[in-house]
Design a binder for this molecule. Structure first.
Ligand code: B4P
Length: 201
């Protein structure tokens, strides 16, 4: 299963991914987490990414796409992947679609976590990560509106998008996500029963 979690900064992508990985037993790819690893190891990718992350900008598409393509080559992703924070722009979505096409796979579901800006700002200031200053947070929200929001329409038009209310307790939000994922599992299982040649295992 290929799942994507989309949401503004602080909407809980990382938080909910941890629970989903456990629930679905699926491998997880977080571009934010990969960048933080590159930055702490002071790699070339890390040095390039840091200047954008510190300013609240998106890291350029070619850097992100290459990192994702390289990571997805690992055998553990053969069974599927939960993408957390990727794609974050329409060109990234197109690059992912091409990459999956070459592997005879496609995105099954895109989950949008919807949370108002005032709640996001509160959560991010409480998190106190180095890129969580008020000025950077406000800029990241603008960048989300300009570059990531168009993705919602992109996946909506392809019939892949489900929006989940990201407010409330972490468990409340996860309950909503589980309901959507369980529906998808039933749809996939029914499709495989009616056409066994499409079964992935
Ligand atoms: P990310 O690591 O993806 O992080 P994020 O968007 O800031 O946060 P996330 O939504 O995961 O929130 P979290 O669960 O932590 O990106 C970091 C940076 O990397 C980006 O700004 C960008 O520069 C760069 N980058 C990453 N991917 C990229 C890409 N594809 N292209 C270009 N650049 C890219 O939750 C936040 C806080 O809220 C936590 O403290 C959590 O405990 C709390 N919280 C979560 N759910 C809650 C709930 N229900 N109630 C109360 N608090 C909650």
């Amino acid at each position: 299963m290929i799942l994507i979690l989309i949401g503004p900064p602080g909407s809980g992508k990382g938080t909910q991914s941890e629970k989903l990985i456990e629930y679905l037993k699926t491998p997880h790819l977080s571009t934010g987490e990969l960048f933080r690893e590159h930055i702490s190891s002071e790699t070339v990718v890390g040095c390039e990414a840091k200047q954008f992350i510190d300013r609240g900008e998106l890291v350029p598409d070619h850097v992100v796409d290459n990192m994702v393509a390289h990571t997805l080559e690992q055998p553990r992703f053969e069974s599927g992947c939960l993408f957390d924070g990727y794609p974050r722009s329409v060109p990234q979505a197109e690059a992912l679609s091409q990459l999956l096409y070459t592997q005879h796979r496609e995105v099954n579901l895109v989950l949008e976590l919807s949370v108002p800006d005032s709640v996001l700002i509160e959560r991010l200031l409480a998190r106190q990560r180095v890129d969580d200053t008020l000025e950077t947070i406000k800029h990241r929200l603008e960048v989300y509106g300009a570059q990531t929001s168009p993705l919602l329409e992109y996946y909506e038009q392809r019939g892949k998008l489900e929006t989940v209310d990201g407010q409330g307790s972490i468990d409340d939000v996860f309950g909503r996500i589980q309901a959507v994922v369980n529906r998808l599992k039933i749809d996939i299982s029914n499709a495989e029963k009616s056409n066994p040649s499409t079964s992935s295992n």
